[in-house]
Design a protein around this ligand. Structure first.
Ligand code: ARG
Length: 580
């Protein structure tokens, strides 16, 4: 809770002690009837009941002790024993002035953990789609939120760079270019002049996988190549590295546009390096069992209501599974880092996979009980018709096309005053629009893509927030040019009061967002405070105001709200353009 509010909570707790009660922890909440007070305390009724006292009488005794407290303007009893508190002007002004000096006091919580975040999850040679977009947006924002509350973070893109599809793609290249040195028995690792682009790969991947699915011989051949690749066959391995490089370069560019970055660029292939070590350990623990020719770990619990199949480590055809890779990733991460938690951000349809992996990790003690493995699944972004997002010809919508489409729409709406850099600015706005729309619903909720709605300058949108925040900035710049500076706030009127009360609630919003692993409340909050500020802005002529004390107060408030908006937009991973 906000340190200012906890000041009051402590005061109430002390007063209750004065009335003869044991030390109780007190929680104040924003009032749901603002006409009666700013915050309310609902703890009197249960306390009175527990101690066989009359709640209204007890509430009145407490109110008598709080009456002269300078941080409160008013305190009163309502109904069966609710206590309503109205803050004094001094309390609210102090809060804004302290925030002006150190905006971080509104974010930091006493959480001191090291959190490993696994998000992004792009696949080599395969097109990035909207599911990858959601993983990147949510993961990046959660990482920034973790940092804001005081945690250390380690982020990993967890590249899908291993497994059978790699064998299929290499086989397709081999079929098309059998003359390449990679496929010769005497290939010795020399550099090969073979130009393959990401477009080539995107064209090749669906063909390669369809061929293998439709023809058992091709599938067998691909499996063999994959097996040799995993055993570091010189030619296949060198070609594979080239494919990874080509894909990663393109993916990095898109992530850069999206303001998404990672500490680690590990992939499934890196986890694979730990496979032998991990299997030795698992065998020594005696928890691997044979089942229909596969090697499995049983993860069912007595209490399970739903079916819980065993986790397959090695399939009956000898292939190492996606589950084994994720288990090896936990092995690797816990051996390399001292972690409190590992968070996974993927489509919620992968929940069973992660449930199995987590259970196997705890059962085998690869994960110690103190390590928290947390699955943060998310809902789907659907097309405007509510069905899974498709291109006009029915294919998967590539992420790059989606970004271009929204950028084009934003450029149309860009003011004529923006003459330079229009495309870059439109891109920044488009990304803000997409991210805000993506983070606004609760994490697990599905939502529909609606380009008109997402880019609307007057709605609950990223564009509206950017526009308003840029306007705050230009007001502050104009003030500076006129030699007017924010300093301390000393005058408070009704509309400012509402803004400051909303600011006071931020710390609680941040805490809830962190605890729910969801950015939706921060998105709602940004909209609320920006709206309140815009109403205030509309009512007052800040630059021409003659009362200097009032003018300084307004500028100070503007600066705090501006800094706060920048900070919150930054947590969402949204950049603010110079103008729009
Ligand atoms: N590459 C996977 C996909 O595209 C996502 C990876 C998710 N992370 C993980 N540790 N399995 O579906």
């Amino acid at each position: 809770m906000n340190y200012k509010i906890s000041l009051l909570e402590n005061k109430i707790s002390e007063s209750l002690e004065e009335l003869g009660f044991e030390k109780t922890s007190v929680t104040l909440n924003p009032s749901n009837r603002p006409e009666l007070g700013d915050y309310q305390y609902n703890g009197i009724m249960p306390l009175a009941k527990k101690n066989n006292q009359n709640p209204v009488e007890l509430a009145e005794k407490l109110v008598a002790l709080l009456k002269d407290y300078p941080e409160l303007k008013d305190v009163s009893v309502a109904g069966p024993g609710f206590i309503n508190l109205t803050f004094s002007d001094k309390f609210l002004l102090d809060f804004i002035n302290e925030s002006n000096e150190n905006i971080d006091i509104n974010y930091k919580q006493d959480i001191n953990k090291t959190i490993f975040l696994d998000y992004g999850g792009p696949n080599v040679a395969k097109v990035l789609h909207v599911g990858h977009l959601r993983s990147a947006n949510i993961g990046e924002a959660l990482k920034r939120l973790c940092k804001a509350v005081g945690c250390k973070t380690i982020s990993d893109v967890h590249l899908g760079d291993w497994g059978r599809p790699m064998g299929m793609v290499i086989l397709e290249i081999k079929t098309r270019h059998p003359e390449l040195p990679y496929f010769k028995d005497d290939y010795n690792g020399e550099d090969v002049k073979f130009n393959i682009t990401n477009e080539d790969l995107l064209e090749l991947y669906p063909i390669a996988t369809t061929k293998a699915k439709e023809n058992e011989n091709i599938m067998e051949e691909a499996r063999k190549i994959n097996y040799e690749l995993q055993n570091k066959h010189k030619g296949y391995y060198a070609l594979w590295q080239k494919l990874v490089d080509v894909s990663v370069k393109v993916v990095k560019k898109i992530y850069q546009d999206l303001n998404v970055s990672f500490d680690l660029w590990e992939g499934e292939s890196d986890n694979f390096e730990y496979m032998t070590e991990m299997f030795e350990y698992l065998y020594s623990k005696n928890i691997i069992e044979e089942s229909d020719g596969a090697k499995v770990i049983h993860v069912k619990k007595e209490t399970d209501k739903k079916e819980m199949p065993p986790l397959i480590l090695i399939k009956s055809n000898g292939a190492v599974s996606y589950e084994a890779t994720d288990l090896a990733a936990i092995w690797e991460r816990t051996h390399n880092f001292k972690l409190d938690e590992i968070w996974y951000m993927t489509d919620k349809r992968q929940e069973l996979h992660f449930t199995q992996v987590f259970r196997a990790a705890y059962k085998s003690a690869i994960a110690k009980p103190e390590l928290q493995l947390i699955f943060n699944g998310f809902g789907t972004m659907n097309g405007p018709d509510g069905k899974p997002f498709k291109t006009r010809d029915g294919g998967v919508m590539p992420l790059a096309d989606l970004l271009d489409m929204v950028t084009e729409e934003c450029e149309k709406r860009l003011s004529e005053n923006v003459t330079e850099n229009r495309n870059n600015i439109a891109r920044t706005i488009a990304i803000a629009a997409i991210k805000y729309a993506d983070l606004l619903p609760f994490r697990t909720t599905d939502y529909n893509f609606d380009i008109e709605k997402f880019t609307d300058l007057n709605g609950k949108t990223g564009t509206y927030l950017l526009y308003s925040t840029i306007r705050m900035k230009s007001l502050l710049t104009k003030a500076e040019e006129n030699n007017l500076h924010p300093a301390t706030m000393s005058i408070l009127k009704e509309s400012e009061r509402k803004i400051i009360l909303t600011m006071l609630d931020l710390k609680r919003i941040i805490k809830r967002s962190y605890e729910n692993y969801s950015l939706n409340e921060i998105c709602e909050y940004l909209y609320k405070i920006t709206n309140l500020y815009n109403n205030f802005y509309g009512e007052n002529h800040i630059i021409t105001e003659e009362n200097k004390e009032l003018q300084t107060s307004w500028l100070t408030l503007t600066k705090v709200i501006y800094d706060n908006n920048c900070k919150l937009l930054n947590i969402l991973g949204i950049n603010i353009p110079e103008k729009m």
